[in-house]
Ligand binder design. Structure first.
Ligand SMILES: [Mg+2]
Length: 231
């Protein structure tokens, strides 16, 4: 298939969000003495569970951004019986989170190589302000990279509306686009549901899930091979 445009997901596809989240939680665990209450694994699990649940509510429009930002730490601290201020912990978490961002292994080289051969874009769910800081930090905020952030569009992946908006922004047709992402629910279901081909960055082996993708890979070299690009 000759693609004419390639979109990438940002978190946990190009940049290691999950690792930054874990490291930032480890920082606040020490700084706010949460280590006297729970193990780091308990904190990470509690926060992650609450955050994912709230993001789903946010995605359905049931809560707004401020409520999400407040509630994820309010609930986490309540659950672990900490009396620290959710505001202070939340602010410190965001500071530390930003300091721990890194590329996913192999993603920078692959992205830059692909960018020489195809017009590219980034399609991400997330807070516009945070995602813009990320894009700037990793030099992804250049004019030739089309950026689509769910908070700007007002619709989150996997809803069709954001794929429709991104298709329009790309200037190509949905069947000319390849989407590279890591999330089954947001990227694979959302992208394939809208008629995009999906290259899934995953270790998944479930045949039914893989059937919705054109490629599954866990090493960015495989993506370059799939696209027949050497350098
Ligand atoms: Mg992702």
């Amino acid at each position: 298939m000759a693609y004419r445009f390639i979109y990438f997901d940002l978190d946990d596809t190009l940049l290691n969000h999950r690792k930054a989240e874990k490291l930032a939680l480890a920082d606040i665990w020490q700084e706010f003495e949460l280590n006297k209450l729970v193990t780091i694994e308990q904190l990470q699990e509690t926060y992650h569970h609450i955050n994912v649940f709230l993001w789903e509510m946010y995605g359905r429009g049931e809560i707004d951004r401020d409520e999400l930002q407040r509630t994820r730490f309010e609930r986490t601290l309540f659950r672990i019986e900490s009396t620290s201020s959710w505001q202070e912990v939340g602010d410190r978490y965001m500071e530390r989170y930003q300091e721990h961002w890194t590329w996913i292994k192999g993603a920078q080289k692959a992205f830059e190589t692909i960018k020489k051969h195809y017009p590219v874009g980034i399609l991400t769910n997330g807070f516009a302000e945070t995602q813009r800081i990320k894009l700037k930090k990793f030099n992804l905020d250049t004019p030739e990279i089309k950026i689509v952030i769910s908070e700007d569009v007002g619709i989150m992946k996997p809803q069709a509306g954001i794929f429709e908006a991104a298709t329009t922004i790309s200037g190509f047709q949905s069947n000319e686009i390849l989407y590279v992402g890591d999330s089954y629910s947001s990227d694979v279901l959302g992208g394939s549901g809208f008629g995009w081909d999906v290259a899934w960055f995953t270790n998944e082996t479930d045949a039914d899930k893989l059937a919705l993708t054109k490629l599954h890979f866990n090493d960015f070299q495989q993506l370059l091979d799939f696209l027949n690009i050497a350098d």
